[in-house]
Write a protein that binds this ligand. Structure first.
Ligand code: NDP
Length: 440
C-alpha cells in the first residue's frame, strides 16, 4: 500500500500540504482496510485521493488606481458521494493548488463525521484582502464569482468562508451568483441574516470547538471551568472560541495574529479584540494601547506560554514538534485544533505519546460546516430557526462527533486516540457509499 503514497507524491509534486494530509489518513486507516478487503479490492483509497473535478481560473479585476490585477482562483470538488460538494473558500497570498487540495481532502472526512449529507470540496484564491478597500474587495469577489458560478449550485456545490472570507465576502459572491444564475437558491452558506443566513453560523466553528473540548474533558472527569487557555489567531474561529471558553468559565490569557501575540495574565478582554479585528480590521498589538497589564511579543513564541488548554485556530502547521514539547513541559493537558491541520505530524505524535487529550481538526472544528449544513436545511425549507435552536443542534452534533470518534478508536484497539477514531469513522462511511455506488 505504500505504493499508493508514492504514487500520490509522484503525481502531485510539490503539493506538500496535500501529501501531509493524505499520509495522516492513510496511516490511520490500515486496520479498516485489513478488516474490509472489499475496500482494498475496489481501490477506494486510490480513488478518494483523486479529486472528482479541479477547476483553476483567472481572476482579473481593477484596483482603485485603475490598474488591472490578476489572481488565480481554485475550486477542487473532491467527493460528492454522500452529498453535494461542500467546503469553504480561502483568500490568502499563500493559497496554492496543494493547499486547496489538503483542505478539500480533509473536508470529505470531516463532513462525513457531522452525520449530514455533504460531500467535500475547497477553493480560494491567492488574493490578499489585507489593506484593500471595500470597493476592491467587492470587485475581486464579483470577478471570482463570475467564473465560479457555473460550477456551483444548491444541489451541486455550496461554498462558504475560510481564511480571508467572512460575511462581507460571502455576501458579494452570493449576490453575483444570484445575478448570473437569475435564481435565489441558497448556494452559499455564511450568508447575511437578511438574505438566508443562519443564526450561529458566525459563532459555529469556535463554539463547536469548545463543545468538543468539553466532551474531551468530560471523558477525563474534568471541565473548562477554571482552566487557563491559549488561543492562536484572532479571526472568526479564534474570537468565538474565546467567547465560548469564557462563557464556560475558563480564563483565556493569550491570542495572536500573523505578526505576533498578546499575553494578558488578567484575562483577554474580548470586546477590545473584536473592536480591533471585526470593526477596524487592525493589528493585535493595538490591544496593549488599551490594556497596560498586557504584553505584546512580535513573531512566534505563543506556544511557549504555560496553559492547561491550547487551541490553535490560525492556520496549517503553526504548532511544531518543539512547540508541542514546550506546551507539555509547561503543563498543558488538552489541545484541540480549531484551524485545519495546525499541528505538524511531529507535534501530534508528541501529544499522543504523552497522553494529552488531543482533538484533531476534522472532528474538533466540524461545527462550522455542520452549521452550514443547518443553513442549507433552513434555506430548503424556507425557514429561519432561533439562535437557541441552532445552538442546541450544533452542540448535539459535536457531542455525536466526539462519541463517534471515541467509540471507533476503542473498537479498533486505540482507546483515547481521536486522530485514528476520526479518520477511521469518516473513511468508513465514505468508503461504504463509494462501494454501494459502483466504480466511478
Ligand atoms: P480568519 O481569516 O477569520 O482568521 C485567520 C486568523 O489566523 C487571523 O488572526 C490571521 O492573522 C491568522 N493567520 C492566517 N494566516 C496565518 C499565517 N500564515 N501565520 C500566522 N497567522 C495566520 O480565518 P478563520 O478564523 O475563518 O480560519 C482560521 C482557521 O480555521 C483556518 O485554518 C480555517 O481553515 C479553519 N476553519 C475555519 C472555519 C470557519 O468556519 N471559518 C471552519 C473550519 C475550519 P492575520 O490577520 O494577521 O492574517
Amino acid at each position: 500500500m505504500n505504493e499508493v503514497l508514492d504514487a500520490v507524491r509522484a503525481k502531485n509534486p510539490e503539493q506538500r500540504e496535500f501529501h501531509q494530509a493524505v499520509d495522516e489518513v492513510f496511516h490511520s486507516i490500515q486496520p479498516v482496510l485489513d478488516r474490509h478487503p472489499e475496500f482494498r479490492r475496489a481501490k477506494v483509497f486510490e480513488r478518494l485521493v483523486e479529486p472528482e473535478r479541479q477547476v483553476m481560473f483567472r481572476v482579473a479585476w481593477t484596483d482603485d488606481r485603475g490598474e488591472v490585477q490578476v489572481n488565480r482562483g481554485f475550486r477542487v470538488q473532491f467527493s460528492s458521494v454522500i452529498g453535494p460538494y461542500k467546503g469553504g473558500l480561502r483568500f490568502h497570498p499563500s493559497v496554492s493548488l496543494g493547499v486547496v487540495k489538503f483542505l478539500g481532502f480533509e473536508q470529505i472526512l470531516k463532513n462525513a463525521l457531522t452525520g449530514l449529507p455533504m460531500g467535500g470540496a475547497k477553493g480560494g484564491a491567492d488574493f490578499d484582502p489585507k489593506g484593500k478597500s471595500e470597493g476592491e474587495v467587492m470587485r475581486f469577489c464579483q470577478a471570482f464569482a463570475t467564473e465560479l458560478w457555473r460550477h456551483i449550485g444548491a444541489d451541486t456545490d455550496v461554498p462558504a468562508g475560510d481564511i480571508g472570507v467572512g460575511g462581507r465576502e460571502v455576501g458579494f459572491m452570493a449576490g453575483q451568483y444570484r445575478r448570473l444564475a437569475n435564481r435565489w437558491d441558497g448556494t452559499f452558506t455564511g450568508k447575511g441574516l437578511s438574505f438566508g443566513g443562519s443564526l450561529v453560523r458566525t459563532e459555529a466553528t469556535g463554539y463547536g470547538l469548545l463543545y468538543f473540548t468539553e466532551e474531551m474533558l468530560r471523558a477525563r472527569n474534568e471541565s473548562m471551568q477554571g482552566k487557563s487557555v491559549v488561543v492562536s489567531g484572532s479571526g472568526n474561529v479564534s474570537i468565538y472560541a474565546v467567547q465560548k471558553a469564557q462563557q464556560l468559565g475558563a480564563k483565556v490569557v493569550a491570542m495572536s495574529d500573523s505578526d505576533g501575540f498578546v499575553h494578558d495574565p488578567t484575562g483577554i478582554r474580548l470586546d477590545t479584540i473584536r473592536d480591533i479585528k471585526e470593526v477596524r480590521r487592525g493589528r493585535i498589538r493595538e490591544y496593549c494601547d488599551r490594556h497596560q497589564e498586557a504584553k505584546y511579543t512580535p513573531g512566534r513564541g505563543l506556544w511557549r506560554l504555560s496553559c492547561d488548554v491550547a487551541l490553535p485556530c490560525a492556520t496549517q502547521n503553526e504548532l511544531d514538534g518543539d512547540d508541542a514539547l514546550a506546551l507539555i513541559k509547561n503543563g498543558c493537558k488538552v489541545v484541540a485544533e480549531g484551524a485545519n491541520m495546525p499541528c505538524t505530524p511531529e507535534a501530534v505524535h508528541a501529544f499522543l505519546e504523552h497522553r494529552l487529550a488531543f482533538g484533531p481538526a476534522k472532528a474538533a472544528n466540524a461545527g462550522g460546516v455542520a452549521t452550514s449544513g443547518l443553513e442549507m436545511q433552513q434555506n430548503s425549507m424556507r425557514e429561519s430557526w432561533s439562535f437557541a435552536d441552532v445552538d442546541r443542534r450544533l452542540m448535539q452534533i459535536m457531542k455525536n462527533v466526539h462519541a463517534t470518534c471515541a467509540s471507533t478508536a476503542a473498537q479498533y484497539g486505540k482507546p483515547g486516540n481521536l486522530v485514528d477514531g476520526a479518520n477511521i469513522a469518516g473513511f468508513h462511511k465514505v468508503a461504504q457509499a463509494m462501494l454501494a455506488q459502483g466504480v466511478m
